[in-house]
Structures are given as structure tokens and as C-alpha cells.
Design a protein around this ligand. Structure first.
Ligand code: F6R
Length: 261
């Protein structure tokens, strides 16, 4: 894991956007894995700006989203279909037929999940997966206790996650209990992962993910086994780490040949 700590979420998101842009420029037919939630919003804004002002071209890109709520129609304001449409897809030129998001209304969920896995395989696997981190350490919607080898499937959210995500739903509306999520095994097959976490509320989950033991109790910690993961943090999210000085020294003193930003 490479730990990159920047003072603000804006700066960390800009670095993430440069990494995604580099991936797309180097391989215009890249397959990218996408996350929703508050964390990637600035990254998506920056990608939209790069598309408009620098001509960053997504016309060859294929995308796979991590997850969706079971029971929400694509047009529901809190659905991840709607989130992606508003935050990224309507601002860039990923062809519609190459956008994939789990279908929260799928009739046969196991068959839908198997087909989602198959589609990732047929696309050649995910080149770069963008990830956020739950305050309980979840990745995608793989809650604590998820199998470390899991594949795309239905999961039940913890009450903590339901309450964290209640802000996306209108008052009185129930946050769904069930979701479809890529599994931890699916995520681990991505060739590169970019894990973003911002704010004090993520500090403990970040410390457990980066410096704790690898355990199903903290799904993010599995990324310690991933060969190419960059963790992009603001100062608050990094505040419970023990080796901050070391991570910052490493980042600021990268040899030129190793610098990728
Ligand atoms: C969303 C997802 C989740 C979020 C996590 C953090 O697609 O997979 O793992 O990344 O719940 O959410 P925010 O960014 O809202 O704090």
C-alpha cells in the first residue's frame, strides 16, 4: 500500500483525478471500477473538468460500479444509478452501453450477480478500481465479517451503515436493508486500487485498514494483500495513523522515475 496524505480532500481528490486521467490516457480502453457516496464527488467533478477543458476522452472506457440498493429503481433519488448519472455520467462521454451498475430491481438476484461477474471477466477485468471506505471499514458494501473471497452478491447492511447513509434519503424514508455489491474477491482482482477516505469520521477505519491486522472484521484491511493500492487521505482521515511522518517522507521524496503524479 502506498499512503498519500494531503492537507485537504480537495488536494487528495485532485491527485486521484490525475491518476485516473493518466490511466485513461495510457489505455483509452480502460475498465474502471466506480464508487458512490460523498467521498468520490470531488474526484468526479475534477474528471468532468478534465473532460471539458483538457479533452480527456472516455469514449473507449468501460465502467463497473461497486454496488446498488436492492429495491431502488434507477430513477430513485438515492439510487446509485441516479448518483452516477448526476455526478459523472452526464458530464463525461463513457458510452451508455459500456456503463454497468448492479440492478437493484433484478428479479433473480443470484443470476444477475453471476452475470455481473461474467461481464467484468469478458471486459478483461478491472484496470483501476476507485474505492471509498465505510466508517466500519467496509469496502463496496462488504460489511465486517464478509468473506475475504466473496464475489458479487446480495448483502445485508449493518445499522451503522444504514444510519451513515440515511443522509441520502428523505426524512421518514427507510434506508434499504439489502444491497448488491461486488465481493472482496472481485475487488482484489482489480489491477490497481485507489482507496479514498476523508474526514475525522474515517480516521479509525483508516488506521485499522492500513496498520491493523488483516481481518474480515475490517474488510478494507484485505487491501494490505493487494499488490497495487494507493490510499489517498486528507489530514483528518490520517489522524489516527501511527506512521504518518514516514508516509509523508516517502511521498515527498519519491525518486523521479517512481513519481507517477
Ligand atoms: C459506495 C461504496 C461504499 C462507500 C462508503 C463510504 O459505492 O461502495 O463503500 O464508499 O460507504 O461512503 P461515503 O463516501 O459516503 O463516506
Amino acid at each position: 500500500m502506498e499512503i498519500i496524505i494531503l492537507p485537504t480532500a480537495e488536494e487528495a481528490s485532485e491527485v486521484a483525478a490525475r491518476l485516473v486521467a493518466r490511466q485513461v490516457r495510457e489505455n483509452p480502453r480502460s475498465v474502471v471500477g466506480l464508487a458512490t457516496g460523498s467521498t468520490p464527488c470531488r474526484l468526479y467533478q475534477s474528471l468532468a473538468r478534465k473532460h471539458t477543458s483538457e479533452g480527456l476522452d472516455f469514449s473507449g472506457v468501460t465502467s463497473f460500479n461497486l454496488d446498488e440498493y436492492v429495491g431502488l429503481a434507477p430513477e430513485h433519488p438515492a439510487s446509485y444509478h441516479r448518483f452516477m448519472e448526476e455526478n459523472l455520467f452526464c458530464h463525461v462521454n463513457i458510452p451508455r452501453e459500456r456503463i454497468h451498475i448492479p440492478d437493484g430491481l433484478a428479479g433473480d438476484i443470484p443470476a444477475h450477480c453471476a452475470a455481473y461477474e461474467q461481464a467484468i471477466l469478458e471486459a478483461g477485468g478491472i484496470d483501476l478500481q476507485i474505492l471509498g471506505l465505510g466508517s466500519d471499514g467496509h469496502l463496496g458494501f462488504n460489511e465486517p465479517g464478509s468473506s475475504l473471497a466473496s464475489r458479487t452478491r446480495i448483502k445485508t447492511l449493518t445499522e451503522r451503515t444504514r444510519s451513515d447513509n440515511a443522509r441520502f434519503f428523505t426524512a421518514g424514508e427507510q434506508v434499504p436493508h439489502h444491497v448488491i455489491t461486488m465481493g472482496l474477491g472481485t475487488i482484489m482482482e482489480s489491477r490497481m486500487c485507489l482507496l479514498l477516505a476523508f474526514g475525522k469520521g474515517k480516521a479509525d477505519a483508516v488506521a485499522a485498514t492500513v496498520e491493523g491486522p488483516v481481518t474480515a472484521n475490517v474488510p478494507g484491511s484485505l487491501l494490505q494483500f493487494h499488490p497495487r493500492t494507493k490510499v489517498l487521505l486528507d489530514a483528518e482521515a490520517a489522524s489516527a495513523l501511527a506512521r504518518t511522518d514516514y508516509y509523508q517522507w516517502v511521498y515527498q521524496n519519491k525518486p523521479v522515475w517512481q513519481s507517477d503524479l
